[in-house]
Design a protein around this ligand. Structure first.
Ligand code: ASP
Ligand code: MG
Length: 287
């Protein structure tokens, strides 16, 4: 089984979504897709809740988010019927987000719990978009949300860590049967929930970590992280002219580079993989 994770840099527009869908559809064999939010959506949510906003701003943001997502569904999911289904699901999600934003506005307070919940919406929306694109190509795909399927964390809001044995138990029960019936699960990256069901995010770029947690839970053979770069470099090419692409790294080397600021991977991504010796490949969507 292969875990295929696509980051925000691979999810910018209709073209990207079509390319990603092609790659998923061409992959024979069992697979699970893990997605980030559409490029820039998490940033947009972060900057929105950082400032004091007015009621009108909420309406503007919600209609902008609706437009961005529906435009991609419209461009890449060719069947009207799937467009309609995705539209309803997207509107339903946005209704909840809208209410959350009103709540924060009226209470005048943003707790860590509410912040994590609000920031999870980029991923909750993007999986609906991909599900509809894959369905309209004739593939049985099903969107899942990380908290709904039991990606249980330590409850550290803003920077949670997964409880790998609980996640393994839950995903084997809730995701494996779908794979066995031929479905392609499309799972949100970036978040899970604490043992009381409250959404917790894994920190910025947390979808990489989600992919490896899911790989661990399902005993995957390999994780592919699709990005807009070729892989780890020997140094930051912005500062070191001679930086070159590394063919391979050990888990510890990759962890160290990620930890000390190589932005290519979420710092804790390799931890679950090292435990089960699952390899990780970085792949460039544009090459
Ligand atoms: N959307 C989240 C972020 O931008 C998680 C991710 O993309 O990996 O940080
Ligand atoms: Mg992102």
């Amino acid at each position: 089984m292969k875990i295929m994770k696509f980051g925000g840099s691979c999810l910018k527009n209709v073209n990207d979504f079509s390319t990603v869908a092609d790659i998923i559809c061409e992959e024979i064999g069992e697979k699970v897709v893990v997605l980030s939010g559409i490029n820039g959506i998490t940033d947009k949510l972060i900057s929105f809740i950082r400032k004091k906003y007015k009621e009108e701003d909420i309406e503007k943001l919600i209609s902008e988010l609706k437009h961005i997502h529906l435009q991609i569904v419209k461009g890449a999911a060719y069947h009207k019927e799937f467009y309609k289904m995705a539209k309803e699901k997207i509107e339903e999600k946005l209704k909840v987000l809208e209410r959350l934003l009103y709540g924060v506005h009226y209470v005048g307070e943003l707790t860590d719990k509410t912040r994590d919940l609000i920031l999870s919406y980029g991923e909750r929306l993007s999986v609906i978009v991909m599900e509809s694109i894959l369905n309209s190509r004739g593939f049985a795909a099903k969107a899942f949300e990380g908290d709904e399927i039991g990606i249980i964390t330590d409850g550290n809001f803003g920077n949670a860590t997964a409880d790998l044995s609980l996640v393994e138990r839950n995903l084997k029960k809730r995701i494996l049967p779908f794979i066995e019936r031929g479905f392609i699960p499309v799972i949100t990256g970036f978040f899970g929930c604490d043992d009381e069901g409250r959404t917790t995010i894994f920190g910025r770029n947390g979808s990489d970590y989600s992919a490896s947690v899911i790989a661990y839970a399902l005993d995957a053979d390999v994780v592919e992280i699709w990005k807009d770069v070729d892989g780890f470099m020997s140094a930051d090419p912005k500062f070191v002219k001679e930086a070159y692409l590394l063919d391979s790294l050990s888990y510890d080397e990759a962890a160290e580079l990620a930890y000390f600021g190589a932005r290519i991977l979420h710092p804790r991504t390799v931890e679950p993989l090292k435990l089960k010796k699952i390899p990780l490949k970085i792949r460039n969507l544009y090459r």
